[in-house]
Ligand binder design. Structure first.
Ligand code: SF4
Length: 534
């Protein structure tokens, strides 16, 4: 190894790629040939020193690399023709890769009222719903070849991007890591299986492609009434809407549920949201889906949901638990011992805490949550982690207009105030609805101010020399990821939005109205937002 190779951080693909691209030393360039990272190999090909000798040694059978190779000037006519043919095949393959997602093949989502949908990321009408409720399902496999899901598979295999998956495409356009990309990194063998056992019309052989992953929302019982939520996901909103004169609510424009008063309490006039107790669907999962490797629980709030704990107990009794990884989205207000006691039976636990802000900002957005309760949960888990290492957790905020600037503080919170084992990467979910809370509604002058604030923060991030309890070799990676996310958020808010002025007006009116209801004042809680909106 020569000095220039020694001078870089070998764990950083960015640094390796940069040197492979810029080195003027042929020895250094040769040294990079075995690198398995595509970005590094692409840099080798783009380096002006790249020559026939290296061409014969390098693995270039990938789309971008093949394309870059065609720009070199030492290929023979025959080599050029062969590479062009390879490029055609890779192009087709790439098209499918860019549209493929495992979820329409190996996953089902059960909504809080028992309706079945393809994926929770399908947030635009018709929301990926399969127009069937668990109370009517005799055999789970019957659901897996319903027309809507077949159509999504068909389009994906044809290299088309289904409209239903719009949120993933939008996030990817803004360089955010979409759910689709994440699922592809987990279920790497599924594309080949899907190709083999899917008919041209999207029908699958359910005996060959199994359900691996369920999203289970076991009702809407919750302990919070977050600003961005509503009665479909938390029963704490019943009272809120009742108080403003609303006696029913719509479930994704498909069903209407009535509320009524009973002994001073506002309750729902339906047992749909009690589906875990009133149907046998969880038992069907238990006894017919033995290839499950992941379960995702969210809300309602899973930590206070008895059906959730009972289901986990049954999974343990049936000997299925050790193969299953449990994923959660939790508001972090509770962490019962019964849950902590049962988790070690599973292959691992991953919790995304839906924390959109710290201190009073958290309490405003996740009303009536208390920040100190979250801190208590965190220290409880820290203690728990001493004996059970297979648990990971991260902050998983939803970014709206309210907390767009506050995301920077959340980064600082995870970098400086969370335990060693707590993830220093923060998966960000950008709020798309209700539209009047979307960060896309910032007026242009606000976006300019935000850009300045973000740039200043990025400069500060660069100058951070020590992150407590973090191995220094990860500093760079953490900084790169944070920078990438911040610039993706900036790209995101610049996405054109029709009716922006109207939505902004709605933001002011509705926020004022809700503030009055809850005795809160957004201007006191988010002074930095007031400044950028001025
Ligand atoms: S592409 Fe996105 S929206 Fe579509 S199924 Fe996959 S994760 Fe869901």
């Amino acid at each position: 190894m020569n000095d220039e190779i020694n001078s870089i951080n070998m764990e950083s693909r960015d640094e390796r790629s940069l040197l492979a691209l810029t080195t003027k030393n042929i020895g250094t360039l040769n040294w990079f040939i075995p690198d398995v990272d595509k970005m590094v190999r692409l840099s080798i090909i783009k380096n002006p020193l790249f020559n026939r000798e290296i061409f014969e040694k390098i693995n270039y059978k990938e789309y971008e690399l093949t394309k870059a190779l065609l720009k070199t000037n030492f290929l023979t006519k025959e080599e050029r023709t062969n590479i062009e043919e390879d490029l055609g095949i890779l192009k087709q393959k790439r098209k499918t890769t860019e549209s493929f997602c495992p979820l329409p093949w190996n996953h089902l989502g059960i909504m809080t009222n028992g309706d079945v949908r393809m994926c929770c990321q399908m947030i635009y009408e018709p929301f990926g719903m399969l127009d069937v409720n668990v109370k009517n399902i005799k055999n789970i496999d019957d659901v897996r070849n319903l027309p809507a899901i077949k159509q999504v598979r068909k389009e994906m295999l044809e290299g088309k991007k289904p409209d239903l998956c719009k949120l993933c495409w939008t996030e990817e356009k803004s360089n955010l890591k979409s759910k689709r990309i994440h699922q592809n990194s987990i279920y790497t063998t599924l594309p080949a299986l899907a190709k083999k056992y899917t008919k041209n019309d999207g029908e699958i052989d359910t005996t060959k492609i199994h359900l691996n992953y369920f999203d289970l929302r076991l009702g809407n019982k919750c302990n919070l009434a977050c600003r961005s939520c509503g009665p479909t996901e938390t029963d704490q909103w019943y009272k809120e809407i009742w108080n403003i004169g609303q006696q029913s609510f719509s479930f994704y424009n498909k069903k209407e549920y009535s509320l009524k008063e009973n002994k001073g309490k506002i309750i729902i006039d339906s047992d749909d949201f009690s589906w875990p107790q009133t149907t046998s669907f969880l038992d069907q999962i238990l006894y017919s889906c033995n290839k499950i490797d992941r379960l995702y629980f969210t809300g309602g709030e899973p930590t206070i949901n008895l059906s959730h704990i009972q289901f986990l107990e049954k999974l343990v009794q049936e000997g299925l638990a050790e193969k299953i990884f449990l994923e959660y989205n939790s508001n972090g207000m509770a962490m019962p011992e019964s849950l902590l006691n049962i988790w070690p039976n599973f292959s691992g636990i991953g919790i995304g805490f839906s924390i959109d802000g710290a201190n009073e900002k958290f309490e405003y957005l996740r009303y009536p949550g208390k920040w100190k309760k979250f801190i208590r949960t965190l220290s409880k888990l820290d203690e728990y982690h001493m004996n059970f290492k297979k648990i990971t957790a991260s902050l998983a905020p939803t970014v709206s207009i309210y907390n767009f600037l506050h995301i920077l503080d959340l980064y600082e919170f995870i970098l400086f105030n969370t335990p060693t084992w707590f993830s220093k990467h923060m998966p960000i979910h950008v709020l798309e609805g209700p539209a009047y809370m979307s960060p896309k509604i910032f007026p242009d002058h606000s976006k300019e101010k935000i850009q300045i604030i973000y740039n200043k923060w990025l400069k500060n991030l660069e100058s951070i020399e020590k992150i407590p309890k973090v191995n220094p070799k990860f500093y760079n990676q953490i900084k790169i990821t944070a920078k990438h996310q911040i610039s993706s958020l900036l790209t995101y808010i610049n996405t054109p939005l029709p009716n922006r002025d109207k939505l902004l007006e709605e933001f002011h009116n509705k926020t004022k109205f809700m503030d009055k209801q809850r005795n809160q004042n957004w201007k006191e809680i988010f002074p930095e937002l007031v400044d950028v909106l001025l």
